[in-house]
Design a protein around this ligand. Sequence first.
Ligand SMILES: Nc1ncnc2c1ncn2[C@@H]1O[C@H](COP(=O)(O)OP(=O)(O)OP(=O)(O)O)[C@@H](O)[C@H]1O
Ligand SMILES: [Mg+2]
Length: 361
Amino acid sequence: MKVNKVKLISFRNYQKEEISFEKGINLIYGPNASGKTNLVESIALLSLGKSFRTNEYENLIRVDSSFSKVEIELEKNKIINLQMIISKNGKKVYCNEVPLEKLSELSGILIAITFIPEDVLIFKDSPNVRRRFIDICLANLYRRYIYYLSEYKSYLKQRNALLKEENISLDLLKIFEEKMIEDQYHIIIQRNELFKGLENKINLIFKKISLKEDSIKIKYQTDFLINSNYEEFKKDALIKYEENRENDLKRKNSSIGIHKDDFTVYLNDKDISLFGSQGQNRLVSLSLKLAYGELVKETINDDPVLILDDVLSELDETHQNNLMNVLLDYEQVFITSAKKEVNENISCLYQIENSVVTRRK
Ligand SMILES: Nc1ncnc2c1ncn2[C@@H]1O[C@H](COP(=O)(O)OP(=O)(O)OP(=O)(O)O)[C@@H](O)[C@H]1O
Ligand SMILES: [Mg+2]
């Protein structure tokens, strides 16, 4: 898939811009604070329904404006028009002019894989950052994932609310647990599949970029059984809920479940979050995103759009060239950089000056 056009009205530092993009590697350059990240943020916004850098959607509206509009022309097997209108009252999303009821309906339409400077910290960050990555991946890969996850979250909320009550009905608590076990069985299968797929792909990608023979392993951590049939899974999970119930009643919270899941990445059998250098964290986190890109390609039989914000400046020339070769396998890639990079693989150049985007190649 590819983004043909981005139209911005009162979005971030942009007043009114209309930019046409092409397939291949699109490089967006300009000095610091010129609006490079803002531009790619607008594309990611219509992929996820939310910004990769803020939950305060009002920050997206240009200072002194009352609303903001992002419009994207997406081309996959057909042309799709996506729009988001942001006002003080909230966000509204339209697909081919039809309003979407929930932001989750956006999932799977424009699949954009983003790598932003903060992603380098993914292995060192708190587990909820890694869980967000897992959920975004799976929302695009499996239609039913969001269904199981939101059902689980709703039971979890109800169980936690019940744990805070005065006279707790144990029967009701057990009903919630049984429902949660069922959802978690499906979620754990899908998360485990994701990690197996990522582990397989990340080794190939990392080799292509680093030209090293290092081995990368991804270990999934969850409270319940990973490779089992439903009967065994349920039996084990019921015992664990039983064992933890007293503690949960005391703490008025659910101490076990997939809301505590995490994963660890090992580079040559060493935990990268503890032993990896900054450069290794950068290359492995980037490879992880690209490994996810490979899984998307295989699953949907189409290329996701890649957005790499400010990655080049941190890589030496060899790594930059190796990365470019990997990127050539994608229909469309957006790269931002403070410098005008010279590389024969770049198809289009866009310069940002005073909040105006001008095509230079
Ligand atoms: N809602 C807004 N209204 C107006 N300007 C905004 C708004 N939000 C952000 N900006 C401006 O956008 C600029 C930052 O843009 P952005 O983060 O895209 O820069 P950048 O080109 O990626 O810079 P860097 O190279 O430092 O990463 C800042 O000058 C900031 O003041
Ligand atoms: Mg930036």
